[in-house]
Design a protein around this ligand. Sequence first.
Ligand code: AQP
Length: 337
Amino acid sequence: MSDKKIIFSGIQPSGSLTLGNYLGALKNFVNLQEEYNCYYCVVDMHAITVPKEPKELRKNTLQVLANYIAVGLDPDKSTLFIQSHVPAHAELAWILNCFTYFGELGRMTQFKDKSKKNEGNITVGLFDYPVLMVADILLYQADLVPVGEDQRQHLEITRDIAQRFNNRFSPTFTVPEPYIPKVGAKIMSLQDPTIKMSKSDTNENSFILLSDSPDDIRRKFKRAVTDSLGVVAINEEQLGIKNLLGIYTKITGEKIEDIVSRYEGKGYAEFKSDVADLVIEELKPIREKSEYLLKNKDYLEEIYAKGAQKAENAARKTLRKVQKKVGFIPKTFKIQQ
Ligand code: AQP
């Protein structure tokens, strides 16, 4: 058995992935796979918490898996799988629902934001989303969860529920720590730098997709909302520029002050065009490899089938422990299929 620490993270196939998903989460996944035992999941069950076309969901699920491999996740090192293939996620989520309070879910900002966007269509699934996420993480006894800053609150509730269960019974779950990058932890919308860049935003100029062509990327950065000051600087009054600087530093690894001084006396047009070029270069190999992988469905199936088997083995172990603790009679027989 490996004594490496365990990492779990997932991304919803609720659309094509954005530069926010990439810089906030995906890019870190790759750095971690050498040192940790990593489970990276395509969380399709989360994606149906808001209305979704089945055909689109199938397409996006494979696309996210292809993106995982294209950014450099190695299926021999990390466990790559699709959430709905491992039923223990739904089973544990039900049990944990019974250890979660209505009030604490009502305080989740993602629920508040998403229910505003889906007024008249707010499902129990959307409300319960964080508990499914708690189950995802706890099933694998994860020590660390690499996510963007926007998911910090969901990590806190995960820790609360794990501790509540451990205190009520006996130590059962590892209490996970968030692993959130310091810089570029939250990439904002290019059209409104006060809200995060989101793949489900209805304004397509607000996000950069991993699948966008170089022309699309250039056009979207050209239109990115800035301000009338005309000086590349880092402060809370120039949120659009601050966001672009965050993207720049996250890609090049340069210090923000060094970038700012390079653009002294230069206008926004040159700065925006340079940011666009950096993003185009960074995303080009990912786009090309993803396109190639998506033409090889058999290969993708091989990866997700192998991943599901490994994930299932780990998840069942935790689930059995939990079922026993709450008082369910152990299932010693097999149901004929
Ligand atoms: N704008 C962002 N900046 C930094 N990190 C981000 N993440 C998402 N948006 C940003 C990180 O990406 C991971 C996967 O997120 P998800 O797809 O499971 O859910 P999400 O956070 O709700 O992402 P979206 O793009 O906003 O999806 P929709 O529009 O469907 O709700 C997470 O680690 C998240 O932190």
